[in-house]
Design a protein around this ligand. Structure first.
Ligand SMILES: CC(C)(COP(=O)(O)OP(=O)(O)OC[C@H]1O[C@@H](n2cnc3c(N)ncnc32)[C@H](O)[C@@H]1OP(=O)(O)O)[C@@H](O)C(=O)NCCC(=O)NCCS
Length: 172
């Protein structure tokens, strides 16, 4: 099956909104002290995405990790954020047995709230077209479409996940 096109999504945080489930919004240093959560993240990256290369590339720039926990306290959903000035979201992923419960929605809502509280001018992410309704429901707008690029990492379902190109706000 041909890979699905990826879209570039944009969100300008303008207010804090209620989050349906509690989400831990952790610095990378805090996240790294939770070994079981690190293990779960790695398992999900290994099973839900085709390559680890992009993850290893972006990890050095990741500043925050949003973590959702199941009723037993085990991490069941993650979202990574890099924050040079504007924020970029990568690797939104939920444990397969916990999907369909609004976990990803809560992770996105908390990330947008945190961006607003920390004065991030805007948030970008890249994701496949079939998740458009989901991301639009989280306050994101489609601002572009990525041409198919066969060497780019993609999730195991045949779609791909990309980072958007850098966007300059200073005109430099
Ligand atoms: C995509 C993913 C993060 C969704 O997690 P989730 O916790 O099940 O999502 P939610 O329960 O918050 O669902 C939010 C909405 O998105 C929709 N949705 C969820 N997964 C979807 C999918 N694969 N395709 C299309 N829509 C989807 C849901 O139907 C729901 O819509 P609704 O609010 O109208 O009912 C999860 O399926 C996952 O981890 N997939 C593998 C990794 C991946 O592809 N991540 C995205 C990379 S860009």
């Amino acid at each position: 099956m041909a890979p699905e096109p990826n879209l570039f999504y944009f969100c300008r945080p303008t207010h804090s909104a209620p989050v349906s489930h509690p989400v831990d919004f952790l610095s990378v240093q805090e996240f790294l002290t939770d070994e079981p959560a690190c293990q779960t993240l790695w398992e999900l990256l290994s099973t839900q995405f085709r390559t680890r290369g992009k993850f290893l590339t972006i990890w050095q720039g990741v500043r925050f990790v949003a973590v959702h926990r199941d009723p037993n306290g085990a991490a069941d959903g993650f979202l990574l954020i890099t924050t040079p000035i504007n924020w970029q979201i990568d690797y939104v992923v939920v444990r397969p047995d916990r999907r369909g419960n609004g976990v990803a929605t809560a992770l996105l809502a908390e990330a947008v709230n945190q961006a607003y509280q920390r004065h991030a001018p805007y948030i970008m992410l890249t994701s496949r077209e079939s998740l458009r309704a989901f991301y639009e429901g989280c306050g994101f707008t489609v601002v572009g479409r990525d041409p198919i690029h066969p060497t780019t990492p993609h999730p195991v379902d045949g779609s791909r996940v990309l980072s958007p190109p850098p966007i300059r706000t200073s005109g430099a």
